[in-house]
Design a protein around this ligand. Sequence first.
Ligand SMILES: [Fe+2]
Length: 236
Amino acid sequence: MLFRQLFDCESSTYTYLLADERTREALLIDPVREQAERDLGLLKELGLTLTYVLDTHVHADHVTGAGLLRQRTGARVVASPKGAPCVDLKVRHGDVLQLGEVKVEVLETPGHTDDSLSYRVGKRVFTGDALLVRSAGRTDFQNGDAGQLYDSITGVLFALPEDTEVYPAHDYKGHTVSSIAEEKRHNARAANRSREAFVQLMGSLGLPPPKKLKEAVPANLACGLLPPTQTPSAQP
Ligand SMILES: [Fe+2]
């Protein structure tokens, strides 16, 4: 399998490119709209056809490239039924996407948002904002729920084999990858903490709202393509 980790400096977002080397079918996880030309250029250089675009959730800190990439390539947009209505393929826990030999298993990991999914591909898991390297996504907007996030991290993600590599949607400190074993031991928010203590911690973070919250969420509900502007009514 071909695998690339790409980065958007402005939003500190990781985008992942996975492809079957034989069939040349590819998928992107969490593309950023401003990086669409980079992603399309890389697909072209590598001789890949974009089949799927997977979003882990409706993001609040950047605008997804999903809709733009769909327009340009005909790829199908994949995400949770609880998120954006513009999605082509709404997937649930246990669903499997097949891309040549590449098998993508859907894991529901809500709590950061109610629509958060993780995608497991062999020994890698793409965790969105549910599980970050040594951290976990905030739970104070978009129907976030700290108790639910604790259950997703400890019950779903920490139940994966310990050597599973963890690839998050963001990193702000220069990390690129971790493992389930490392996060079980060293995750600053979830490791060795009770559900009650985790809920208390997440409720006391006091973080400012993300800079792009007001712009990003409505745009992402339309897969990153802003809804058509309302035609003014003919009222005098
Ligand atoms: Fe997020």
